[in-house]
Every structure is written in structure tokens, then in C-alpha cells.
Write a protein of this length. Sequence first.
Length: 330
Amino acid sequence: MATNKKKRVLTGSRATGMPHLGNYFGAYKPAIELQDHYELFLFLADFHALNEHYHPEENRLNSYRMLASFLACGLDPSKSLLYAQSAVPEVNELAWILSCQVPFGVMSRAHSFKDAQAKGLDINMGVFNYPILMAADILLFDANLVPVGQDQKQHLEMTRDMAQRFNHRFGETLVIPEPMISDTVAVVPGTDGEKMSKSKNNTVSLFADDKEWKKQVLSIVTDAKGLAEPKNPDTCNVVKIFSLLGTPDEIRAMREKYLSGGYGYGHAKMELLEKISATFGPMREQYNHWMGRQEDLRNLLQEGSRKARGLATEKLNRIQDRIGLIGRPY
Ligand code: ADP
Ligand code: TRP
């Protein structure tokens, strides 16, 4: 039977620093663009942020920054649900249930865990269990689509496996989510050419003052070719970032200037800076407006979290009933 029920899009972001262009193009923009045609759930993955070294005051500030960013990027709380992972305890309850189904061997092959191990970091159990908590975020809310950057692909595969395993054992209960990873913005490069990431000090912030934006753009690493020499646009980080923002004509023009020479990296960086300012300047006003109203941000988050909890409770009741737990109402 055909149904008109809107599909649900869900994504979360860790409040571990200032949101950056990688977050915007990889996750926020594709998610928020869908809010008129899908049910959008956007949340602070604030429990996921706790497995890193963190400072309570920074955590608080970063949470406000993320909320203000979501709103400045166009999230409309009257259409979409904005909430905090930490305010929905059912997420952790489902994470426990899932953790009792996932083999240890599967978990120990997670990239996030193996990378931490390879770097010789102190690994807490939060790092190890990270993909299970993420699966619970997604499966508790019956998400159909999950917009994320390429780095989250394996987590989505693990989520799908967990859902399939559960459904196979206990009957159709969990929706199998689809990842939504765009080819063009799957990995936005940072100023050093590596993946842009809050933890790497290589970001171009989504919102910063002009001086900070300039500093970040000027720090983009290029080769040492002089002004007159022709340059390779395909390997240049400035062009890669500009290509996310420019129109096809503007991108083509920059590439031609690279190839013909007489155009320096300094020129390209200034063009990029102008583009950043033109694209994100007006949104920055919204961002600053919300950062001046933290009480309102908190109220919005709490209201959204209450609604999210209502849905989560119902779903968890059904899940617990499926596995033969009799304590919750059904
Ligand atoms: P970070 O790695 O900077 O801490 P988060 O964990 O908050 O970022 O990620 C939030 C979302 O942004 C995720 O969907 C992630 O895949 C996406 N994302 C982060 N960095 C990039 C990037 N450089 N390119 C594309 N998407 C990214
Ligand atoms: N793990 C994601 C990241 O590091 C953030 C996240 C947590 C998430 N739970 C999620 C993303 C659920 C999408 C869906 O970027």
C-alpha cells in the first residue's frame, strides 16, 4: 500500500570545537537542505564527545556553537527536531541491547578504534563502543537516510549490520538506514591537505571573524611555485576548497589562471577568502545573533529533546517487548 509518510533524515555532530567547512558540506548542508521534504532530526552527539579529552566549560561553549550553527545554516525548529543525545537516555539503553548482539571481533575491526590504537592513544571504552552508540542514535529513531562524510561510512555499515542481525533474530523491528555520502564533498581537505577535522587544527571555520578567516585561509599549504609559473589546479588545496563554494564558471576561471601562470597562490587565497565571506557572511550574522541568546538556544534544545524522548520511549518499549523484557509498558 502506498503511504505518504515522509522519510526521516537524521544526523549528529560532536560538539568538540568550532564547526568547520567539512562539517558543513559533509553533513549539515545536505541534511538541512532536505528539511522541507523529509522529517529532519539533527542532534548534538554530546555523549560521543566525551571519549576525547575535554573540558566542561569548552564543552558547554561548543554545544552552543553547534546549535547556533545549525540554526544559522537554516535549520527550522518548527519543521525539524533539534535535540541532545545526552537528554535521551533511551539511546544508551538501546546501545546496551545492541552491544549484547555485536561480536567483539567486529568491534575490534572498527576504524575509529584501530586508528586510536595505531596512534598509541589512551583508549577508553567510549572509543571502543563508539559505533554501537552511533547505531543506537540512528536505529532508535527509525532513520531512513543518514547524511555524513566519508569517515563515517564504516559506522553506517556496522549500524546496518546490527539492525539486520537484530531483525533476523527477533523479527522486523529496526529500520535499515541508508548512508548519504556525496562524492564531491565526502572528504573536505583541511589547510594541510589532510581531512579537515576539529581535532587536527587544520580547519576553516564555518563562522569566524574576518581576521580569523584570513589567518586560516592564508595558512593553506601550497607548493612553492612562483607567481609567474603555471600551476596544477588538481593538486592544490586552495582550488579544492574554492571548488566547494564557487560557481562552475568561477571554478573554471580559477583553473585556467592556474594553468596559464602569472597568478599566484596569494591571489587564489584572496579569491577564496572573498567567496567564504560572501557565502557565510550573512549566515554569520545569524550565528552571532544566536550566540547572544544562549538561554533561548537551551530552551529550544530542551523542547526538542522532550519530543525526541517521547518518540524514543515508544520505540524502546517495542524493542524491549520484542526481546522478551516485561518491565516497560507496551
Ligand atoms: P570532526 O571530525 O571535525 O570532529 P564531527 O565528528 O563533528 O567532525 O562530524 C560531524 C559530521 O561532519 C560527520 O558527518 C562527519 O562525517 C562530517 N565531516 C567531518 N569532517 C569532514 C570533512 N573533512 N569532510 C566531509 N565531512 C566531514
Ligand atoms: N560519529 C559521528 C562523527 O564522528 C557523529 C555521530 C554520532 C553521528 N551519532 C551519529 C552521525 C548518528 C550520524 C548519525 O562525525
